[in-house]
Design a protein around this ligand. Structure first.
Ligand code: PSV
Ligand code: MN
Length: 430
């Protein structure tokens, strides 16, 4: 039995208040779905088996270039962060893994493993950081890391990634995600071709050090911190990287890393088709890499991404096993609440995508019936699947209403007594 941080009494009485209404709503939805030939329990079980990793950095309060406004009871270190992640999983039952970022989360790997397993958690992909300078490092990443013009700086960045793999091996991770901030602010500042060549050479060294059962995820991002050009700027470049490196290399899609209005679901479909979809950093955005809560701005787009994922799952697309991770920054909400809600939104889109009548959709597509094809997706999207999500949580001893139970438990107020308040600070994107 794992340790818990939310008292069973509080959770039990919060659930009790809501159980009768849920039972009735679930039965009603079950009846509606059975008219559509769908078995609600089968959907509930699939939802319960669907998990998404929490980013360790997401449980701290984020900030913008302008300021950071700390919240009460912020985690002081990775061990506090693991506890916050445990709370998220206790209530949602959707997030049994944590994705670490090195050196932010650097600590004795055995202690990390112990701290996580105490709460029944394990670790998803490791993330390296060569987009900021670590204390005491010899060479600066101000002008790049894996693509830097200076050999010594590139070697240092490679070495850091190898260290991430080493830590990951001890704690049971099976993947490394590499995102670099390398790029330029001025036309002419760097040679596009030479920079990319240097990047590829450095990545080949990292790839060569990958354990046999590991995957390497590379993450593209259109801009920021570099504003004129970025070395790994889009999915096309990312696909080239994965092809160049080999079978263990895959593309990671962070939903916030594209221009507004880009058809991300189509990118996802292409990467699935060519067996290079490694996984996701889920979040939402309005303008750029806003790192807002998944599904909070454009839930239909998230649903359309899941429509592609479910399609691939059901037709057993070759090589399809994407990693699901959140990557968000919470500036004005309690990060635990935002992450619980986001995990729920991910599951909601998965559940809705499972409701799509795929046979009918294919027939409408073949008949060029654009309206009914679109309506088929909309029918699934308009279905309120909350009773399915809540029942999946309840069956797994989670909360019918995770945010309600979290607030009733007063977790944030309790940890605020031990975790000293942090002063408001200047800018810095996290
Ligand atoms: C970059 O914006 C990114 O999406 C990468 O995944 C980083 O590792 C993460 O955010 C944290 O800054
Ligand atoms: Mn990301």
């Amino acid at each position: 039995m794992s340790d818990t941080l939310i008292s069973a009494d509080v959770l039990g009485s919060d659930n009790k208040k809501r159980e009768a209404a849920l039972t009735s709503d679930y039965a009603h939805l079950g009846e509606q779905l059975s008219r559509r030939g769908i078995d609600i329990d089968a959907i509930r079980d699939k939802v319960a088996a669907f998990h998404v990793a929490v980013p360790s950095w997401g449980v701290g309060t984020g900030g913008t270039r302008f300021a950071r406004f700390p919240g009460a009871g912020e985690p002081r270190d990775i061990f506090d962060k693991i506890e916050d992640c445990a709370v998220i999983n206790e209530l949602t039952r959707a997030t049994p893994t944590v994705s670490l970022h090195i050196p932010w989360d650097k600590a004795d790997p055995n202690r990390l493993k112990q701290a996580a397993s105490r709460f029944g958690l394990s670790f998803d992909a490791m993330n390296s950081n060569t987009f900021s300078d670590a204390k005491g490092q010899a060479n600066s990443y101000k002008f790049g890391s894996l693509s830097h013009a200076d050999k010594g700086t590139r070697a240092q960045a490679v070495e850091h990634n190898l260290e991430c793999i080493e830590i990951g091996e001890t704690i049971g991770s099976k993947a490394l995600t590499v995102w670099i901030g390398d790029g330029t602010n001025f036309p002419g500042q760097a040679d596009f071709t030479k920079s990319f060549e240097r990047y590829l050479d450095a990545m080949r060294e990292i790839y060569a050090a990958l354990p046999a059962d590991w995957k390497l995820f590379t993450e593209h991002k259109m801009y920021e911190p570099a504003f004129y050009s970025t070395v790994v700027q889009d999915w096309g470049t990312n696909y080239m990287i994965a092809k160049e490196l080999g079978d263990k290399a895959y593309c990671l899609v962070d939903l916030g890393h594209h221009a507004p209005n880009v058809n991300i679901e189509m990118i996802v479909a292409r990467l699935i088709q060519f067996e290079k979809l490694g996984g996701f950093h889920f979040n939402d955005s309005k303008y750029g890499d806003d790192d807002l809560d998944a599904g909070s701005i454009d839930p239909f787009r998230l649903f359309l991404v899941f429509n592609e994922l479910v399609d691939a799952e059901l037709r057993r697309a070759k090589g399809f096993a994407p990693a699901h991770m959140l990557d968000q920054s919470h500036n004005v909400t309690d990060p635990i609440e935002s992450l619980m809600r986001s995990a729920n939104e991910i599951r909601r889109c998965y559940a809705m995508a499972l409701l799509v009548d795929r046979k009918a959709l294919a027939a409408y597509q073949d008949d060029n019936d654009a309206l009914m094809a679109s309506e088929t997706l909309k029918t699934a999207f308009r279905t309120d699947v909350e009773p399915i999500l809540a029942m999946a949580r309840l069956k797994d001893n989670g909360a019918i209403d995770p945010i309600g139970a979290y607030r009733a438990a007063g977790y944030r107020q309790k940890v605020a007594l031990d975790r000293p308040a942090v002063e408001s600070g200047g800018g810095g994107i996290v």
